[in-house]
Design a protein around this ligand. Structure first.
Ligand SMILES: [Zn+2]
Length: 107
């Protein structure tokens, strides 16, 4: 979990990220992650595999972007964008170590 940043900046907003064991929605269904716009917070299940955590992180970043842009996007499109971002970010290399960590989860 050290590979996913504790915060990200989207415009003026600082989004905090935390991990929770056995994350569930309001109906009790298991969730990999969630974004709460009113709390500016992303929660990721701490029990899922590391690569799924990174993919979930990018999915929730897209959820946050959709929230701030006030656009409608079907959930399967949000998932597709999240997958693409995680793949693009995973191939990027950065000379700047904090940027490398933020975008790829690698050091
Ligand atoms: Zn979602």
């Amino acid at each position: 979990m050290k590979d996913i940043p504790k915060t990200i900046q989207i415009g003026l907003h600082t989004i905090t990220i935390s991990f929770e064991k056995g994350l569930k929605d309001e109906k009790g269904n298991p969730l990999c992650g969630s974004f709460e716009g009113s709390k500016l917070h992303i929660t990721i299940d701490s029990d899922i595999p590391e690569t799924l955590k990174i993919e979930t992180f990018w999915h929730e970043v897209v959820e946050a972007l959709v929230f701030f842009l006030e656009i409608k996007m079907p959930h399967d499109k949000i998932q597709s964008f999240g997958l693409l971002l995680s793949q693009v970010a995973g191939q990027m290399t950065f000379e700047n170590e904090p940027m490398m960590k933020l975008f790829t989860g690698r050091k």
